[in-house]
Structure formats: structure tokens, C-alpha cells
Design a protein around this ligand. Structure first.
Ligand code: NDP
Length: 253
């Protein structure tokens, strides 16, 4: 089925400077209909409008808290009414937590896992059966170089553990649904220029982190979005269970 007859869902795509918004633009430009699901309903609608205007693709912006199963169910029902079936899911909604391990509370740990892991489960669980039934699907997880290196970018232990959990989630799911035509991959960005990094870093910390990036600069959201769009192509049908580093070489430093 051509991607013009399917919808790509991007969670957490409202953030104006975020990876999700850039990914929504890149997917729409490559022919997908796009649904942006985010906590921020007005932001999701604005983002969808902007993406639709620029690409000519059909789009929808829908309120959704990925941590809440009822909210996910309601968002997908609303989506079903306005856009074609879902052929791709980008699990982008995520939060970080810089709290050092010896200070991290159980509540903070759960908060980080609720969005990054349980949130990804809530929506993936609802969308993958339909993909498998249609014999085509693309799922991409936004992990992090923090999962591979153990912190170091801007996340602490909870964030690194949650992002590492996503890698196991993606690989095991890839194994299960591969025979049904569904690929599942992860991307592991490093320091990308978005609100999540702008808010959590002072200038000294940012300088220190950039010293560990062989490319010597922060990444652009477009760098990540293009890779995700490649993984969602109909033609990218033999890549699954993979993790792609998109971090200026941080993983080898
Ligand atoms: P942003 O903070 O810019 O965007 C994240 C979006 O997710 C926001 O719109 C946020 O909404 C939304 N969101 C948060 N919680 C929920 C929820 N419960 N349900 C639905 N939406 C939610 O993040 P980035 O663009 O920087 O990051 C995107 C992804 O990439 C994340 O998973 C992040 O961990 C990962 N990543 C980012 C890196 C970077 O350097 N930026 C590096 C490595 C990985 P709101 O603003 O309303 O809270």
C-alpha cells in the first residue's frame, strides 16, 4: 500500500523546535498523511496545520497523553475518523531527568518510565495489530546515545535506563512482527538542538558535552527526522531491530 494511503503518527510532535515536529514535516514531505499526538492540543493542531500547509498532505493534530491508556484510545478513535489507517508510528514523546541517582525518588523514576516506556507501550500496543493485519508497518523509537553510553548527554540514570528499555522493546517486537511485514527500529540521537536540551543545560555543561562530539556541534532536528523518514519508507523493508546512531559520533568518543 503506498504511503499516500496511510498515516504516520508522531507522538510529542507539537514542540515547535522538537524532533517530532521536524519528523512530521519530513514524513509529510515524503508523501505520508500525518497525525501529531501531543499533551498540548493547541500545539498539536498548530503543528498539524503548519505541516499540512507546507506539504499538501492531510494532517491532524490531536490531544493525547501517552501515559494514559484511555487518552491514547480516544486519540486513535478521533484519528480513525479523519485520516487513513496508520502505517507508521514514531514513538517520539519523551521526557528527561537529570537527577543524580543517589537523589532520585521512586516517583521521579516512575515518571520517566511512564512517558518513555509505558507511553510507548500504550500506543504501540494499539497500533501494531492493525499494521500486522495489513502486512505493512513501520515503528521507530526515539532512544538516545544515553542508553548506549550510560548518561553523559543530558539525562541521568532513570533516563538512560528508560531509553535502554526502549532498545530491548524495539528489538523483541521486531522479532515478533517481522514475519507480518512490520519493521521496528530505534534511533539514538546525541545532543540535538531542541527545547529539551536548551532547558536543561548551562553553557559550561554544554561546552563540556560538545567536547565529546567528534562533529563538534549540536545536531539539527532535521538530521534525526531524515533518518526516521528513511526508516519509514516503503522501500526500507529489510532493516529491522536496528539502532541508528545520529549523534555526530558521540557513541565512538
Ligand atoms: P521536546 O521536549 O522538544 O518534545 C517532546 C514532546 O513530547 C513535547 O511536545 C512534549 O509535550 C511531548 N510529551 C511529553 N510528555 C508527553 C506525554 N505524556 N504524552 C504526549 N506527549 C508528551 O523533545 P525533543 O524533541 O528534544 O526530543 C524528542 C525525543 O527524542 C524524546 O523522546 C527525547 O528523549 C529523544 N532525544 C532527544 C535528544 C535531544 O538532544 N533533544 C537526544 C536523544 C534523544 P509538552 O511540551 O507539552 O510537555
Amino acid at each position: 500500500m503506498p504511503v499516500s494511503e496511510l498515516t504516520a503518527v508522531v507522538t510529542g510532535g507539537a514542540s515547535a523546535r522538537g524532533i517530532g515536529r521536524a519528523t512530521a514535516h519530513a514524513l509529510a514531505a515524503s508523501g505520508w498523511n500525518v497525525a501529531i499526538l501531543d499533551l498540548d492540543e493547541a500545539g498539536a493542531k498548530d503543528a498539524a496545520h503548519e505541516v499540512g500547509e507546507r506539504s499538501g498532505s492531510r494532517t491532524a493534530g490531536i490531544a493525547c497523553d501517552v501515559t494514559d491508556e484511555d487518552s491514547v484510545a480516544a486519540a486513535l478513535t478521533a484519528l480513525d475518523a479523519v485520516l487513513p489507517p496508520v502505517g507508521a508510528l514514531v514513538n517520539n514523546a519523551g521526557i528527561t531527568s537529570p537527577v543524580p541517582f543517589c537523589e532520585v525518588s521512586g516517583a521521579e523514576w516512575d515518571r520517566v518510565f511512564a512517558v518513555n516506556v509505558r507511553g510507548a507501550y500504550n500506543i504501540t500496543r494499539r497500533l501494531v495489530p492493525g499494521m500486522a493485519e495489513r502486512g505493512f508497518g513501520r515503528v521507530v523509537f526515539l532512544s538516545s546515545v544515553s542508553a548506549e553510553r550510560g548518561g553523559g548527554v543530558f539525562g541521568g540514570v532513570a533516563y538512560s535506563a528508560a531509553k535502554a528499555a526502549q532498545l530491548g522493546f524495539a528489538r523483541a517486537l521486531a522479532r515478533e512482527v517481522g514475519p507480518r511485514g512490520v519493521t521496528v527500529n530505534s534511533v539514538a540521537p546525541g545532543l540535538i538542538d531542541t527545547d529539551i536540551t536548551a532547558g536543561g543545560l548551562d553553557a559550561d555543561r554544554e561546552r563540556a558535552l560538545l567536547a565529546g562530539v567528534p562533529m563538534g556541534r549540536k545536531g539539527r532536528t532535521r538530521d534525526v527526522a531524515d533518518l526516521i523518514t528513511y526508516l519509514c519508507r516503503e522501500e526500507t523493508s529489510y532493516v529491522t531491530g536496528a539502532t541508528y546512531d545520529v549523534n555526530g559520533g558521540s557513541h565512538i568518543h
